[in-house]
Design a protein around this ligand. Sequence first.
Ligand SMILES: [Zn+2]
Length: 298
Amino acid sequence: MNVTWHIRTLVTLLAVLIHLPATAQEGEGLTIERLSDTIYVLFGDGGNIGVSAGPDGVFIIDDQLDGDGEMITKAVATLSDLPIDYVLNTHWHWDHAGSNEFFGHAGSAIIAHDKVRSRLESGIYFSQRDFDVPPAPKKALPVITFSDSLSLHLNGEEVHMFHVAAGHTSGDGIVWFKDSNVVHMGDNFLVGIYPLIDVDDGGSIEGMIMNIDTVLAFTNDETQVIPGHGAVSDKAGLLAYRELCIVLRDRITEMKGRGMTIDEMIAAGVTDGFDEAWNDWGEDWKMTSIKSLYAAIP
Ligand SMILES: [Zn+2]
């Protein structure tokens, strides 16, 4: 034992103490990460849930899968005694808006882009995974919708929800906590996971890149960026994702122009150099991703 050892131990202990409140804790089946005094992320089986819990009330961004409502409510109850007033949907997908019906019945007002409501109302055949999504029940539909943007003035700041372009889906909404410097991007940003364009719904790779560029314009090195899936990231992580999207778009455009099939593209190494960082969901998902980009490129 010497002085250096003592200093190292002290530094380690301090690091643990300082980080403890901000790092993961178990919350009724979901892992909770604290990003600020009022903002949290819940990680589970579906898309990442953003939570704002403060003196004015509670709202959540996305509500995972059908059947998760009870679990989400219990996890949020560990953060606040107040009810969940609003549920914001970043897009219509079943792993982000799956518990809408539960929260609609519970009295939360669901907020989303106009096209989230119309898509949930109509249902759709989802060609990339070959299944039918039936029309959603009335209580699952957003009751407050917007075409360009809306703002919530709650818990000490302006929370700006906006739509730029059809990217991941036709009705993408990005949520920006202006004062806390936190942004939730839905599935226009995935961490460790290849991108997906919902072409059946009118998504677009060019639109996804526009969405990313719009967010990059107001982020700085301190911004905390919540992806639709994967760990909370930052501006550098979003820039790396932008690069991935652009290179994949360019490679697939070129290969498609030469008449190559999707299998031939994979065999020819269309994702060369990216698998280590972006293939967390495995080969089946990679195929789905490439298939969706192929379909999205004219
Ligand atoms: Zn999605």
